[in-house]
Ligand binder design. Sequence first.
Ligand code: PLP
Length: 438
Amino acid sequence: MTTKSHLFYQTDSRRPVLAEARGIYMWDVDGKRYIDGSSGAMVSNIGHSSPRVLEAMRRQMEKSTFGYRLHFETEPSEMLATKVAKLTPDGMEKVFFVSGGSEAVESAIKIARQYAVTIGQSSRWKVISRTPSYHGSTLGALALTSYTPLTLPFEPMMQVMPKIPAPRAYLDGLELDDPATGAHYAAMLEAKILEEGPETVLAFIHEPVGGASTGALVPPEGYMQAVRAICNRYGVLLIHDEVMSGGGRTGRFLGADHWGVAPDIIAISKGFGAGYAPLGAMIAHDRIVDPVLKAGGFMHGHTYAGNPLACAAGLAVLEEIEAGAMMENAAETGDLLKSRLGALMQRYPFIGDVRGKGLLLAFELVEDRQTMRPLPKALNAYSELVELAYQEGLIIYSRRTRDGTEGDHFLVCPPMITNAEQVDEIMVMLTSALDRFA
Ligand code: PLP
């Protein structure tokens, strides 16, 4: 673009202008083609320009694009809520629509708090989360986030919440499939609850399969179940942040479905609207929501919540996932891509770990695989490798792993429609970028 831009996001660096996107591919206005190897920010789960979703949105647009929730019910929001309730664990029957992940997390912690107040437990207000973690940018969600570059400037403005370490067995030299490992990390939650005083602890929030902050971290054996049991023991609500892991990318609708663990409250977004519309939801168990509604209502809401156009898109996204058996494909193609990424460890000694589930996958760069010592800080691998891949025409996503001060991981999360030939294409581009990086 030659004219001055008035737009800004995190930085003033600018990217090429997007011209068109179809399936797993995107083109800029100069005609360069990219593979959307991270589905944006793990959003475009079903790929771009799905005719089914576009048609559903067009049909809805012709009927209405907005009906304020205090004035009208809308068909798409009712239908989507019903569908979501069927896809979530038994008893999680109440669906509260929002427009994104931060709003879903804010809604989750606010329904939890209002529930505690309603049942006479107003001493409970602390929400324990993990280090590192990312739960959103708004101040409530940020207070649960453990990622210094994002939180530090705002600390005086928010009530920073207690944190426990995320179960990064690979860094601590522990075996992922050893139940003792799961018990070890879960015990940290119990210790933190006791340290804070159980009567003050409202909830524990974590991502069943980690997203950007931990780089597709998979919990160790027994961790999910042990965390659930500890929350039950102390009357602490369990919130699953499935903003990134929900929606089918891991091969199941919810990341936690791999372990059969039901939380009390779920936050979803990203792949739920799949990039077609800003959409998210907070889903809670009846036993949480019913007392709150009976006592006068949930004191929370956003103007665009339940927007019929967004809900029509969300409904069509779920239909498309079912029709295309995309969760099955995410599991199968995910296994293939993970094994191909794993094989890179032989070629590049600086790849320290490959992890994830389905098509929520990441690899981590280290200086020394034995000690898992991170790359030197001065080496800004995180933007350098992303840039090299971008030049190849492959989009990957990166975050500095270890509390933003050291370590680098890279998410390789193409849409759930990716096939074996496209995995080959991704690997050619990635290998070429890694060769130039090495
Ligand atoms: N929670 C998790 C796990 C996320 O990955 C994100 C976004 O990356 C959020 C919450 C916040 O979502 P949003 O950016 O839509 O507000």
